[in-house]
Structures are given as structure tokens and as C-alpha cells.
Write a protein that binds this ligand. Structure first.
Ligand SMILES: C[S@@+](CC[C@H](N)C(=O)[O-])C[C@H]1O[C@@H](n2cnc3c(N)ncnc32)[C@H](O)[C@@H]1O
Length: 267
């Protein structure tokens, strides 16, 4: 059955008005209420609600309502990872080692997109996270870096060229762990520099980017290090594999779900 909670209402607000809007919208649970800064403007959102509720908020408070883009969120997401971990959009009251809470927000990566889900599942299958150094390229909501931390990894670095994603990733780490440990940075692939190499590189990016930076990815890996990447349309799989082979990476696994593919590569 189609979920009817597929709208968002939002409006601009003054930077100091967050508490006021929390009061005004107190009936909405924390996983639906989102405050974001974009350039110099501040916005309050209520995510994953019905069109009727979004319109009634608009009548009462002005602002805008619209349908949520497919990648933006899925209301009430719950992704079960082999019974070992769960990724959910519903709020958790305190950090839980087996649950990753990623609420509906304006950053890609709630676990419902097949590209994210394929990488998450592969991460559960991989071993040795406790001793690994991990790099999450294009962290979005931070979901992959956060899962690496849930799996015991103590050295995680995540970056994204969208500053909103970096902010949301930090908030998601606070939602899921008592103390921050992941290094988050705003940065663009190709421009951001690294002083060390990694056991795992995670990248859910468009295949054009994966192809263009295949050689750089190899340079980011330790010997025998692995890259788990997705965001590859099935049709783009052959040129993407070719680019990785030319760069000197071995293709260890290919998985496909619908029109999307995931690759596991090794140096
Ligand atoms: C498909 S989303 C993946 C988000 C999350 N890692 C996941 O797997 O669900 C791709 C992310 O990469 C970021 N991105 C795209 N191009 C980038 C680039 N050249 N450098 C850094 N980040 C980039 C986008 O802002 C977006 O957050």
C-alpha cells in the first residue's frame, strides 16, 4: 500500500526562532521536525506527513508544502540487516549499539535506497572493522560512516561537498553515540587531500565520478584494502568496471538490485 505520509511542509524562520518553532510544532515528533540552515537563511521543516497535514500547516503558518523527492526520505523506514543491525527513521530514546537511527532529512542516505542498502549489507558481511581505517566519500546523512562505527571501527573519516550533509552527519552521530568520534569534513573529491591510506573506502556516487576518480581511489587504499561502491546504473557497469581495472583494482564482487549495481574492489 502506498504510504500517504509523503509530503513535507517548510518555511523560513529567523536564526534565533528555533525554540519558538519547537513550541509551535510541539505535536510533531523529533524525527519529523528538522531545522536547517542554507547559506544565510534558516528553515523549519515537518517531514513525512500527509498532503492534508502539510496543507493545514501551510494555512496556519504560511510557507510551502510539496511531495518529498524519492531519495529525500521514506517515512517509517526500517531496514533489517540480517537480524544483526537495524537502520530506522523512527526516533530512538538512547543510543543502541544494534540500531542506527537516521531520520528523514534533506541528505541522501536513509537506508531505503537500494544503493545505500547494498553497501550496508556488504559492510555486515565484511570482517575486521575494529582494526580498520575507513573513508566515506560523499557521506550524505553519514549513514555508511555511522554503520562503520556501529561495527566497531574507531577510525572513520567522512566528507561531502554539500555543507548541509556534513552538518546532518554530525547530528546523526550525536543521535546514535554518546560521544563524537568520526571526523567529518566539507570537501570535494579530487580536491581534498589525505595523509593516510585506508582499509575500506565507501562511496555511493554516480558512476561518472567513480570512473573519473578510479586511480585516486586506488591511492586512498592500503595494500589489500577494499573499496565498496555503488550508485552505478546497470547500464554503466561495464565502463565502470573497465575504469577500475585500468586503475589496477581487482573486481571481487558485483551485485545488482533492480537497475542499480554495487562493486567490491580490492587493491
Ligand atoms: C548518493 S549520495 C550517498 C549518500 C550516502 N553515502 C549513502 O550511501 O546513502 C552521494 C553524496 O555524495 C555527495 N557528492 C557528490 N559529488 C561529490 C563530490 N564530487 N565530492 C564530495 N561529495 C560529493 C553528495 O552531496 C551526496 O551527499
Amino acid at each position: 500500500m502506498k504510504n500517504k505520509n509523503n509530503h513535507v511542509w517548510f518555511r523560513s524562520m529567523a536564526s534565533e526562532e528555533e525554540e519558538l518553532w519547537r513550541e509551535r510544532l510541539v505535536e510533531w515528533s523529533l524525527d519529523r521536525l528538522v531545522f536547517l540552515q542554507s547559506n544565510r537563511s534558516y528553515f523549519v521543516h515537518v517531514y513525512a506527513i500527509s498532503l492534508a497535514k502539510a496543507q493545514s500547516l501551510k494555512r496556519k503558518w504560511g510557507g510551502t508544502c510539496r511531495a518529498i523527492k524519492p531519495y529525500e526520505t521514506s517515512p517509517e523506514i526500517e531496514l533489517n540487516l540480517f537480524g544483526k543491525f537495524k537502520v530506522q527513521s523512527r526516533e530512538i530514546l538512547r543510543p543502541d549499539p544494534k540500531v542506527l537511527w537516521v531520520p528523514a532529512e534533506m541528505a541522501f542516505g536513509t537506508g531505503d535506497h537500494p544503493t545505500t542498502a547494498m553497501i550496508l549489507r556488504q559492510m555486515i558481511r565484511e570482517k575486521g572493522w575494529e582494526k580498520s581505517e575507513v573513508l566515506d566519500i560523499g557521506c550524505g546523512s553519514g549513514i555508511l560512516a555511522l554503520m562503520a562505527r556501529k561495527l566497531g571501527c574507531q577510525n572513520v573519516f567522512g566528507f561531502d561537498n554539500d555543507p548541509a550533509c556534513v552538518r546532518i552527519s554530525k547530528t546523526n552521530e550525536e543521535r546514535n553515540f554518546e560521544r563524537p568520534a568520526i571526523v567529518w569534513k566539507e570537501g570535494t573529491l579530487g580536491k581534498i587531500k589525505f595523509r593516510k591510506t585506508h582499509d575500506y573506502v565507501l562511496a555511493n556516487l554516480y558512476s561518472g565520478l567513480l570512473q573519473d576518480y578510479a586511480k585516486e581511489f586506488k591511492g586512498l587504499l592500503k595494500p589489500r584494502g577494499k573499496m565498496i561502491c555503488s550508485g552505478i546504473l546497470r547500464i554503466d557497469l561495464p565502463p565502470t568496471i573497465q575504469a577500475f581495472k585500468i586503475a589496477g583494482l581487482q573486481v571481487k564482487q558485483i551485485q545488482t538490485k533492480g537497475k542499480w549495481s554495487m562493486l567490491v574492489l580490492q587493491k
